[in-house]
Design a protein around this ligand. Structure first.
Ligand code: PXP
Length: 240
C-alpha cells in the first residue's frame, strides 16, 4: 500500500484573501491539484477564517473528487460544519483559537471522554476520524480508547531534528508506528514535511496511509510550478 498525498490548500486561500477577491480561485486550484496527482485535498479552517473560510467548505465538497479531509479544533461550530459537509475524513487538532499553526498533538489521556464523544458523533455521520498526536505509546493507547480510526503524527519535531540527525529524528516515530500497527490504528502524518525529509519518513514508517502537506509544497511550487511540484512529492512517496 502506498501513502496518499493530500495537498493542504490553506496557503492558496491565504493568498486569495490577501486581496479580498476570488483570485486565485480556490476551486480551480483544488481541481488542478487533483489533476496533477494529488490524492486528497485538505483544508484547515481556523476560527478567524484567515485562510479557508467556512463558506469555502460546501463549494470544495461539491468539486473534490479525491479524498476530502477537514482539519480543525472540534468546537460546536466546527463539528456542525463538518457533519453538514460530510468529508471522507476529519482530522481533529487540539489548537487554541489563536494558534498560528498546529504545534502539538492531543492529550488523549486527560481529554479522553471529550474525544470519545466527539469521535462517536463524527463516525455516526459516516466520517472517518484521525487524531493529531505526538509519537508516544501512552498517548496512542489513549487514542485507541477514544475509538479513533486513525492518528496523524505531528511531524514538526521530526522535520526539525532531521536537519541534525535523521536516524535519531525518526526513532520515536518508527517505534510509535510499530505500536499503532499492533493496536490496529491507521497512520497519517503531517506538518513540515518537505521534499528533503518526506522519502526518509515514508520509508521508515511502514503502513503510512496518508500525508498532508501544505506549506513547503506551496513554497516549492513558486520555484517548480504546481504540476511539477506535486509530481516531485509523489516521486518522493513512491521511491524506495
Ligand atoms: N496537519 C495539521 C494538523 C496541520 O495543522 C497542518 C498545517 O495546517 C498540516 C498537517 C500541514 O502542515 P504543513 O503546512 O507544514 O505541510
Amino acid at each position: 500500500m502506498e501513502a496518499k498525498l493530500s495537498v493542504n490548500i490553506n496557503k492558496i486561500a491565504l493568498i486569495r484573501n490577501s486581496r479580498g477577491a476570488n483570485f486565485p480561485n480556490l476551486l480551480t486550484v483544488a481541481k488542478d491539484c487533483e489533476e496533477f496527482g494529488a490524492e486528497g485535498i485538505t483544508v484547515h479552517p481556523r476560527p478567524d477564517e484567515r485562510h479557508i473560510t467556512y463558506a469555502d467548505i460546501p463549494q470544495l465538497k461539491s468539486i473534490v473528487t479525491t479524498e476530502f479531509n477537514i482539519e480543525g479544533y472540534p468546537n460546536r461550530k466546527f463539528l456542525d460544519m463538518v457533519i453538514a459537509n460530510k468529508p471522507h475524513q476529519c482530522t481533529l487538532v487540539p489548537d487554541l483559537p489563536s494558534a498560528l499553526t498546529s504545534d502539538n498533538g492531543w492529550d488523549t489521556i486527560n481529554q479522553k471522554e471529550f474525544l470519545k464523544d466527539t469521535i462517536a458523533e463524527l463516525q455516526e455521520a459516516g466520517i472517518r476520524v484521525s487524531l493529531f498526536i505526538n509519537p508516544d505509546n501512552i498517548l496512542l493507547d489513549g487514542a485507541l480508547e477514544t475509538g479513533t480510526d486513525r492518528i496523524e503524527f505531528y511531524t514538526g519535531p521530526y522535520a526539525h531534528d532531521f536537519e541534525q540527525d535523521k536516524y535519531k529524528a525518526i526513532e520515536k516515530y518508527a517505534s510509535a508506528a510499530d505500536h499503532c500497527s499492533k493496536l490496529g490504528i491507521g497512520i497519517n502524518a503531517g506538518h513540515d514535511l518537505n521534499l528533503k525529509n518526506l522519502n526518509f519518513f515514508k520509508n521508515n514508517i511502514p503502513g503510512l496511509m496518508e500525508v498532508s502537506i501544505g506549506h513547503a509544497l506551496v513554497v516549492d511550487a513558486l520555484y517548480y510550478g504546481l504540476k511539477n511540484t506535486i509530481q516531485m512529492y509523489q516521486n518522493e512517496l513512491k521511491r524506495n
